[in-house]
Design a binder for this molecule. Structure first.
Ligand code: ADP
Length: 479
C-alpha cells in the first residue's frame, strides 16, 4: 500500500512534523511554569521595592484605620495602593491577621502562612490565600515609628491557573498539526513529482531497450542523482548501440575477408577438378594460389582467435622480467631480411632501455607488428628509426607521474591521412585496402593495442601523409 516513493515521502514528512510538534509541545509545557513564575516574581519584586521606597520616603504620613479588633496607623502609600489585576497588597499583623487588603475584602481575617513566610529571600514563595487559591507572593517588613513591625505581602492576583493555558496550547497545536499535514502532503506531491516522473521515464526506457529499441534516450531531468541515473542510462544505450554496430560490422568484415580467399580456392580447385588446368606450369600456379589463399585464411583465423582470447581474458599476460633492449634487437634482426630487400635503413637507439615486467612473447608480437608495418608502408631506400628511453609520464587522470619505457618507431613511409588516424586501432580497419596487397588483415594494430593496454601502457600514433608515421609505445617501469 505504501510501497511507492510518493506515499513513503509523505508519511515520513508527517512523522517528522508530528514528532517535532510533540517535542515542542512537551518543551513548552516543561518550561512554561518556571518561566511564568520567574516573570511574576520579577513583577512582584519590582512593585514591592517601589512600594517600600515610597513608604520610607513618606514616613509619618499616616492615616488612621480601624479593622474590627485591631487598630493600626498605616502609611498613606499602603492605604492608597491601587486595586489592580496584577497584584494584591496585604498587611499582616501578629503573624496571621490581615489588617489591610488592597482589594478590601479580607481585613480582619486570619491567613494560614507557611513557616518562614516573613523571611527575606529572593526566591518566589507560595501560599494558599483565604479564598483557598494558590498564589505567589513576595514579602517585606517595615519598622513603624512606634517600633512595631508591619509585614507586607504582595500576592499574585488573579491566582495562578494552568488548565486554561494547556487547553489553549492543545488547540494551537491541533491547528498547527492540521496545517503541517496539508503542507506535507503538498510538498510530498511536489517533490516526488520531480523524482518519480523521471524515474518512471527511465523505467519505460529500460523496457524499450529490453525490447531492442537501442535508440531510446530518456530526458535528463530531476534532482542530481536522478539526472545522473538518466545520463548513465543514455550513455549505456549509446554504448550498447555502438557495440551492436561494431558486432555487425565485425561479422560482415570477417565474412567478407573469408569469402575472398574461399572464392579463389573454390575457383582454382574446381578448374583443376574439371581438368581445365592442363600443363604443369598452370597446375603449379593454381596450387600455389590455393596455398597462398589458405595461408591468408589461416592468418585471419589465427588473428581472430588471438583477439577473441585477449578480449575474453583467456590469454594471461605473463609477468616476468623483460629486457627491452634485447627483445627489440631480436625483433629487428628477425625482420632485417625484409628491410634489406627494400634497402631500408634501420637505425637503432635502444641501449638506454631497462628491464620491465611483462610478457616477452606478447611484447615481441607488438614490436614485430609495428616494425613490420613500418617496413611494409615505407618505400625503397627509406629509413626506420627505433628509439628507446626511460622517461616520466603523467597518468590519464593527471594525478600521478610514473616512470615509463618510451619506444618510438619512426618511418619515412607513405603515412596515414589525419582523418583516418583515430580509426587505425579499430578491428579490420585498413586505410586503403589496395595499398598493402593481400597480406594485411587490419587486425594487427587492434591486437597490439590490446596487449599494450594489458601491460598498463599506451600505444599512440602520429602521422603525416607522404612524410611518415610515428608510433609510440609506453610501458610502465616498476621500480
Ligand atoms: P594490417 O594487417 O592491414 O597492416 P594493421 O592493424 O597492422 O593491419 O594496420 C591497420 C592499418 O593502418 C593498415 O591497413 C595501414 O593502412 C595503416 N598503417 C599501419 N602502420 C602504418 C605505417 N607505419 N605507415 C602507414 N600506414 C600504416
Amino acid at each position: 500500500m505504501f510501497n511507492d516513493i510518493r506515499s513513503r515521502l509523505i508519511i515520513s514528512y508527517i512523522i517528522v512534523i508530528f514528532v517535532a510538534l510533540a517535542i515542542s509541545f512537551g518543551s513548552l509545557i516543561a518550561i512554561r511554569q518556571p518561566m511564568q513564575d520567574q516573570f511574576t516574581y520579577r513583577q512582584l519584586t519590582d512593585q514591592m521595592t517601589q512600594l517600600v521606597k515610597e513608604i520610607q520616603e513618606t514616613k509619618g504620613n499616616h492615616r488612621g484605620h480601624h479593622y474590627g479588633y485591631n487598630a493600626r496607623q498605616l502609611p498613606a502609600t499602603i492605604v492608597d495602593f491601587p486595586q489592580n489585576n496584577i497584584s494584591r497588597l496585604l498587611v499582616i499583623a501578629d503573624e496571621s491577621i490581615i489588617v489591610f487588603d488592597s482589594h478590601d475584602r479580607w481585613q480582619g481575617r486570619t491567613i494560614d502562612l507557611p513557616e518562614g513566610a516573613f523571611h527575606m529571600g529572593m526566591m518566589p514563595k507560595r501560599m494558599i490565600d483565604p479564598d483557598k487559591h494558590h498564589v505567589m507572593y513576595v514579602n517585606a517588613t517595615i519598622s513603624m515609628n512606634n517600633s512595631t513591625d508591619l509585614h507586607l505581602l504582595l500576592t499574585t492576583n488573579p491566582p495562578m491557573d494552568q488548565s486554561g493555558f494547556i487547553d489553549y496550547l492543545i488547540n494551537g497545536f491541533i491547528v498547527a498539526g492540521l496545517i503541517a499535514f496539508f503542507i506535507s502532503v503538498l510538498l510530498g506531491l511536489l517533490i516526488t513529482r520531480s523524482i518519480a516522473n523521471p524515474l518512471q521515464g527511465i523505467s519505460v526506457g529500460a523496457k524499450s531497450v529490453a525490447m531492442g529499441n537501442y535508440q531510446h534516450q530518456v530526458p535528463e531531468v530531476g534532482p542530481d542523482e536522478v539526472k545522473a541515473l538518466a545520463q548513465s542510462f543514455n550513455a549505456m544505450t549509446k554504448q550498447v548501440r555502438a557495440s551492436q554496430i561494431a558486432m555487425r560490422d565485425f561479422v560482415s568484415n570477417v565474412s567478407h575477408d573469408l569469402k575472398t580467399p574461399l572464392t579463389s580456392i573454390q575457383g582454382f580447385s574446381q578448374a583443376m577438378l574439371d581438368g581445365a588446368v592442363h600443363d604443369e606450369a598452370m597446375q603449379k600456379k593454381a596450387t600455389s594460389i590455393i596455398h597462398e589463399e589458405a595461408n591468408r585464411m589461416r592468418r585471419l583465423v589465427d588473428n581472430l582467435l588471438d583477439l577473441a582470447n585477449l578480449d575474453a581474458g583467456q590469454i594471461a599476460i605473463e609477468q616476468h622480467a623483460v629486457n627491452l633492449t634485447q627483445l627489440l634487437t631480436i625483433t629487428i634482426d628477425s625482420l632485417a631480411l625484409q628491410a634489406q630487400d627494400k634497402r631500408i635503413n634501420i637505425i637503432q637507439e635502444i641501449s638506454a632501455l631497462t628491464t620491465i615486467t611483462g610478457d616477452g612473447d606478447r611484447l615481441s608480437q607488438v614490436f614485430t607488428n609495428l616494425v613490420d608495418n613500418a617496413i611494409k608502408y615505407t618505400s625503397h631506400d627509406g629509413t626506420i628509426k627505433i628509439h628507446g628511453e626511460i622517461t616520466v609520464r603523467q597518468n590519464m587522470n593527471g594525478h600521478h607521474s610514473n616512470r615509463f619505457a618510451k619506444i618510438t618507431i619512426n618511418d619515412t613511409g607513405i603515412g596515414i591521412p589525419s582523418d583516418e588516424l583515430p580509426r587505425i586501432f579499430e578491428r579490420f580497419y585498413q586505410v586503403d585496402k589496395s595499398r598493402q596487397g593481400k597480406n594485411g588483415t587490419g587486425l594487427g594494430l587492434a591486437i597490439a593495442q590490446n596487449i599494450i593496454t594489458s601491460h598498463d601502457g599506451y600505444l599512440e600514433v602520429k602521422s603525416e601523409l607522404g612524410i611518415g608515421s610515428h608510433f609510440t609505445v609506453w610501458l610502465p617501469v616498476v621500480s
